[in-house]
Write a protein that binds this ligand. Structure first.
Ligand SMILES: *Cc1c(COP(=O)(O)O)cnc(C)c1O
Length: 425
């Protein structure tokens, strides 16, 4: 799962005690494990080896340039959703010809930059975006390839805010309309529309929605090929799960076992866009208890990390396992569970200093007795953690630390007060 483990009652990231990092760097702090990123990426490569897919790490979940560089060094491509992400990837040494670009609202400027960079594929989300891409491609002599994002109308059984492949979603086009798009634009001179793109939601913790979506896509691809269109790629998107609780997500080999048989001998290049499954378990957020407080029957642990640092609990009611960095005897845990039953634990809410009722990191959570100064680790915070952080309440963003073996380094310094106002005029 990852390289965050308790040894002698204290939490380590690889070989570095988490408390040591917190002491030197302060809190709140994001801590990432190099080995976890590497092993998750390699497991995907191995699991899908038979199909030799293009694996495009989805940048938006964890986008620090050092993380992009780590993935580029492993040979990964990149799934981007903005010009800013393209910039990051190129600065990190990523190869443009392994970049795929999705998003419903690409601006002319972003599209031109991506054409000039020579990206592998635009994932097109609407007819009018495609018309615009054709116009902009006609003004360049670059070869432009595109895939049409289709909505297979399957339910990924995840949170409604992270469901993206149903009919009524803003992403992609319906299968019925998709055929018309090919009929109108499938033989264009300026762009090569030769792929189908799916991204059904996230996290998708069962393989069935992928099977359903791919089967529907294959029927559509057969129909397109019968009509004389050339379809070379099938991009099945991202959404593979991460272990918020131990063993919650299928492993790479499970997804591969479901997907590979469907695509064998189909003459399609497979593209994958994993984000969370690579970065989720590779990061934790460490925060310090500022105060303990009683409110009616409730106990609150007020910590120095907040919704501006990690918004997932407030935004999606997401569960993150939380546990002290240093524990008393009997409190070391191996499994991360949402029904932990250890004698001596006590129910509490873990909340931040931000002035919002939704500023919580956990509610009614059983935790060991806590006191002022204790460090807590919020696990599986590598994806959509720092990347979604803000300065709300004029809180400088947390530092990001990358651990490798016995050592660690700051890959983004903690913001300071000057950073809050330095670009205000
Ligand atoms: C966000 C996103 C992904 C990655 O999703 P994960 O759940 O992080 O794997 C992949 N493809 C597209 C188009 C996305 O928008």
């Amino acid at each position: 799962m990852d390289y965050f483990k308790y040894k002698d009652n204290q939490l380590f990231c690889e070989n570095v005690p988490v408390a040591q990092i917190a002491q030197q760097i302060g809190t709140p702090v994001y801590i990432y494990s190099t080995a976890t990123f590497q092993s998750h990426y390699k497991k995907l490569v191995e699991a899908f080896a038979e199909l030799e897919p293009l694996i495009c790490y989805s940048v938006k979940g964890c986008s620090n340039i050092n993380i992009c560089r780590l993935l580029a060094e492993l040979g990964s491509g990149f799934d981007i959703v903005s010009g800013g992400e393209l910039y990051r990837v190129l600065q990190a040494g990523g190869q443009a010809d392994k970049v795929v670009y999705a998003g419903v609202g690409k601006t002319d400027e972003e599209i031109r930059q991506a054409i000039e960079a020579g990206i592998a594929c635009f994932n097109i989300e609407s007819e009018s975006e495609l018309e615009n891409l054709i116009l902009l491609a006609s003004q360049s002599d670059r070869r432009v390839q595109a895939a049409l994002r289709v909505n297979p109308d399957v339910d990924p059984k995840t949170h409604r805010y992270t469901t993206t492949g149903k009919k009524e979603s803003k992403f992609g086009v319906n299968l019925e309309r998709a055929l018309k798009v090919f009929e109108e634009f499938g033989h264009d001179d300026h762009i090569k529309l030769n792929g189908i793109h799916l991204h059904i939601g996230s996290p998708v913790n069962t393989v069935e929605p992928y099977i359903q979506a791919i089967k529907k896509a294959l029927v559509f691809i057969d129909e397109l090929r019968d009509k004389g269109f050339t379809i070379e790629t099938l991009n099945v998107g991202g959404g593979f799960g991460a272990d918020y609780t131990t063993g919650e997500a299928p492993i790479a080999a499970d997804y591969a076992a479901a997907i590979i048989p469907l695509l064998r001998d189909k003459g399609l290049r497979l593209i994958l866009e994993p984000g969370r499954s690579i970065s989720g378990n590779a990061g934790i957020l460490v925060t310090k208890v500022l105060y303990m407080k009683q409110g009616g029957d409730k106990t609150f642990a007020i910590v120095d990390g907040a919704m501006n640092d990690l918004i997932r609990p407030a935004l999606y009611e997401a569960f993150h396992f939380i546990w002290p960095v240093q524990v008393a005897d009997g409190f070391a845990v191996e499994n991360r569970s949402n029904t932990i039953e250890i004698p001596g634990t006590q129910k509490m809410d873990v909340v931040g200093p931000v002035c919002e009722t939704s500023d919580f990191l956990a509610q009614d959570r059983l935790l060991p007795p806590l006191q002022r100064g204790d460090l807590l680790s919020i696990f599986t915070a590598g994806a959509y953690g720092f990347a979604m952080s803000s300065q709300y309440n004029s809180r400088p963003r947390a530092a990001e630390i990358l651990v490798e073996g016995d050592s660690f380094r700051v890959i983004r310094r903690r913001e300071c007060y000057e950073d809050l106002i330095s670009i205000e005029k």
